[in-house]
Design a protein around this ligand. Sequence first.
Ligand code: MGD
Ligand code: MGD
Ligand code: MO
Length: 761
Amino acid sequence: MTRTPELTPPEPNVPDVSEPSSVAGGIAAIRHSFEHIVRESGLLRGTGQLLAVNQRHGFDCPGCAWPDPDDRRELTEFCENGAKAVAEETTTKRVTPDTFARQSVADLAAMSDHDIGKLGRLTHPMVLREGATHYAPIAWDEAFALIASELKSLASPDEAVFYTSGRTSNEAAFAYQAFVRLFGTNNLPDCSNMCHESSGVALKQTIGVAKGTVKLEDFDHADCIVVIGQNPGTNHPRMLTTLQRAAARGAAIISVNPLFETGLKAFTHPQQFWRWMGAGTPIARLHLPVRVGGDIALLSGLLKELIGMNAVDHAFIAAKTSGFEQLAASLADTSWEDIVRESGVTREHIQEAAAILARSKATICCWAMGLTQQTHGVAAIQYVTNLLLLGGHLGRPGAGACPVRGHSNVQGDRTMGIYEKPSPDFLQALSREVSAQLPDAHGYDTVEAIRAMHDGRAKVFFAMGGNFLSATPDTRFTAEALRRTRLTAHVSTKLNRSHLVPGRAALILPCLARSDRDEQSTGEQIVSTENSMSVVQPSRGKLSPPSEHVKSEVAIVCELALAALPPAKRGSVDWAGWRASYDRIRDSIERVVPGFAQYNERLRQPSGFYLPNAVRDSQTFATPSGRAQFVVCPLPRTNLASDQLVLMTLRSHDQFNTTIYGLDDRYRGIKNGRRVIFLNQADIRARGLTSGQHVDIVSHFGTSTRRADRFMVVPYEIPERCAAAYFPEANVLVPVDSVVPGSNTPTYKTIVVTIAPSQAQ
Ligand SMILES: Nc1nc2c(c(=O)[nH]1)N[C@H]1C(S)=C(S)[C@@H](COP(=O)(O)OP(=O)(O)OC[C@H]3O[C@@H](n4cnc5c(=O)[nH]c(N)nc54)[C@H](O)[C@@H]3O)O[C@H]1N2
Ligand SMILES: Nc1nc2c(c(=O)[nH]1)N[C@H]1C(S)=C(S)[C@@H](COP(=O)(O)OP(=O)(O)OC[C@H]3O[C@@H](n4cnc5c(=O)[nH]c(N)nc54)[C@H](O)[C@@H]3O)O[C@H]1N2
Ligand SMILES: [Mo]
């Protein structure tokens, strides 16, 4: 099979490879921040924006969801990658109707993702009419009328899919889901389905809340912090400040990762100038180089060791949990030989980690995509909660579960009802609020939505942000799915590849970004977001929007609702009133979503407010039994053929998901290119390959194979039989049907592959 050029354009460069860095942050982080911001946004405008990030009267960083300190915001609460995110959205470059007149969809699709993103902010609503080669400008009213007519022509509301990415504000998300449900469907897939869905499912079953249970201040009281399947140096750089403080006061940090990521080795705070010359603060006391997908085996080893040492909180287990005996029995039956083989970690290393855990009176476990996206992601996270439950580390200061979220408001969007499986309580409250009957059948999640579009069950695709084509698995299959729809419509700040793989007709609807001023008829509006630790906070943009034709997400939803819902289906919602004043949307949220009492008043407090959390606040476990559950899962076994490897896909230091800021991955020693595959030296040798050679990667699932061509071989310190490549280039390899049981999340981190000589020249 050959490359589909418009999905994965060739990379002309040969990447440079050098040694990975041993310290994260430092002066290089400052230099890179300023290079990006000055290039995109200009010195004055750009630095002005950086000073407003995460400040009380500024805007919430559009990067990750790591929280801000409640009481001690430093002058500049941003990091290198936050700066890149701000640079990317405050760019002064523009994608205008002229850009589209000069370049056809095919021309644009031939560009790399990096170059498409660098074209700038979208300024006008655009349409690609059936059969057209170029996008053309369209008036907003006409765009809404087009969507409305396609929606009205459907045989059932369930033939439409409404996707959401995680940057959408609480206010826009609440209005959007209300519109979608009044229209008549729960087809509300979101990026969470591909992200922390496994965490939500696992935690709900074991501890009764689907979110994390720690506050930022708990990191100041933890004795031990386990960072498992997460690369904070790149994806949550502000977390390194927290880890640095913890390490400096003697807390033991354990890294569990196939790669010893730079940010977990050592860190120099970019804003502590006096430290720039030093070697940085060592972060992880112990690194456990687990095999890709070997976490359940490793955690089983830790649990077995701890039970053997009687490092068990028997009082907590008796009072608050169930299932401990079954877990202990299953661990007694699990051999060390299996544990060591499947985890790839030696017994001595496991004992060393267990000794640290046994001494800890307060342990926090942090994790991200390294767990959620592996084949047994839900079970792996439940083994993390097993570990926390064993020592009673939940609902106690300095201890708890910390799934580190990705997008800056992905958690808030879920709280607002962006979910294809809404709870009956939520639906009842919403139905009361909007005075209408709402559908209760579950809708499509992301993977189901792709299949539904592919086989014709879904015919209209609407996206509130994101880059569905490039973020989802099986890029070729997803492209076919999108092309089979009657209409694709994207509310976006910037051009991306999803706009270039259209349905029969396509719309691009340009919207305001976080950093833009949001002026409506009653005056300037604020929006709100919820971070990874359930703090709801205000966000206020300051910049002039990229053009007068750009609308806020809230305005787009409200106008679409008025265009697409006949008066009888609009419920009691005053859509024009919601658009005019977001306070009125918040009044509605307050009546529907628990924890938002006095939303408008409390949002105007300096640091926002915490949402209630039964585990954190009162050690209450809202599971069916009222107890926290230990979970038993048979040890998963890898069955690789002799030439096969397990591939994980991950982020470079120069990207935010499908937005490619630059072509370097500084910490891993890669420059000027992205099509690389990291391999263990022994695997390179065993296959007769050489460093720097170009190869194709072939994935295997059931009887099907998929191919991604021309990746450069890079020798790397990674466990044998494991490999790594970047997302989204490697998404063509991820089979749409390969999903995590329980969460239906694509197994982006555990793809069985072989390496073949490169077929392309
Ligand atoms: N700058 C920047 N910030 C971001 C993002 C970004 O793209 N750029 N994305 C945002 C989003 S949406 C998210 S969800 C987060 C993602 O944050 P991360 O989860 O840190 O992102 P990944 O790059 O997918 O890294 C996964 C880590 O898991 C490890 N890993 C892979 N497989 C396994 C395994 O089987 N076991 C274990 N223990 N580890 C494994 C990898 O080596 C890697 O270190 O970051 C958010 N923040
Ligand atoms: N192989 C592989 N695939 C993965 C992953 C992986 O680790 N490996 N990770 C998965 C994860 S964790 C996630 S979260 C998904 C991400 O999936 P998505 O959220 O769908 O993708 P993003 O790249 O974050 O979306 C970027 C686009 O969002 C738009 N945008 C940016 N800001 C705004 C805004 O304020 N409003 C609106 N309306 N639009 C905006 C811009 O047009 C930009 O091009 O990808 C998943 N895909
Ligand atoms: Mo994510």
